[in-house]
Design a protein around this ligand. Structure first.
Ligand code: MD3
Ligand code: FE
Length: 226
């Protein structure tokens, strides 16, 4: 092509013909691949199944439109994230449908927070997202928490997911990362407020969850420390 039509080399387009574009993860984003062994994943999944028995998965809905998410959710911890048509996104101490308090956060997750989060306070909420094959999560920011010093800690279980993370604007450049069963992801600093989402689940990539699918756990501090 004539030089005038050549794309200017940027962070996203490599000047080297056929070479992959360089990518830069946002500051504060940390991926710890294989943080949990196969046995640890099995044990944690059993804990999550107990939680789901006491706090069944619910279908969150978009504020105002009532449009259902393709991801089902539940929570453990003193607070849980919920969303429905009438009252929108929020944290509350009880299950959206049953009104029963959320079960406690498993010790294993509290240990992971203590090991990786590098902050004084403890997490107050663990959101449990369940993705069947075909589910996705559109680009969004997590802004319902009131302690910016606290990171979000994510644990992936089951099938691989194609995750994207960008910057402070939805329209900006994005980096795609595959999250696998047993991976821990820490979102601290500037990355904590980055746009992110799940593009797709790769079916048949893990044997952990009977019947397939993916479960993501996110530990969060909701109220200010002190
Ligand atoms: C990047 N969950 O629950 S986990 C969510 O795999 C959510 O279920 C996705 O986005 C999932 O809100 C992604 C990794 C993650 C969590 C929180 C973040 C990445 C993040 C907050 C800011 C930036
Ligand atoms: Fe999120």
């Amino acid at each position: 092509m004539p030089p005038s039509q050549k794309k200017k080399p940027t962070a996203e387009t490599s000047p080297v013909e056929g070479a992959p574009a360089a990518v830069r993860l946002p500051d504060g984003f940390q991926l710890i691949p294989g943080a949990l062994s196969a046995i640890e994943q099995e044990t944690l999944l059993a804990d999550i199944h107990d939680i789901m028995r006491r706090a069944p998965l619910f279908q969150p809905r978009m504020p105002r439109t009532g449009q259902p998410f393709s991801v089902k959710m539940t929570n453990c911890g003193p607070l849980g994230w919920v969303s429905d048509k009438d009252h929108g996104y929020r944290y509350q101490p009880t299950h959206l449908d049953t009104g029963v308090p959320w079960p406690p956060i498993p010790q294993k997750l509290l240990d992971l927070w203590r090991t990786h989060a590098a902050v004084e306070g403890i997490p107050e909420a663990c959101l449990i997202n369940h993705y069947p094959a075909g589910a996705k999560m559109g680009s969004h920011r997590d802004q319902d928490e009131h302690e910016p010093r606290a990171p979000v800690l994510s644990v992936s279980l089951g099938d691989d997911a194609v995750f994207h993370v960008g910057g402070p604007k939805r329209s900006g450049p994005k980096v795609r990362v595959t999250l696998r069963s047993g991976d821990v992801c820490l979102l601290a600093g500037p990355s904590r407020f980055a746009y992110h989402g799940i593009d797709r689940i790769l079916p048949g990539t893990s044997n952990l969850i009977p019947g397939g699918g993916r479960i993501n756990l996110t530990l969060r501090r909701v109220t200010p420390f002190d």
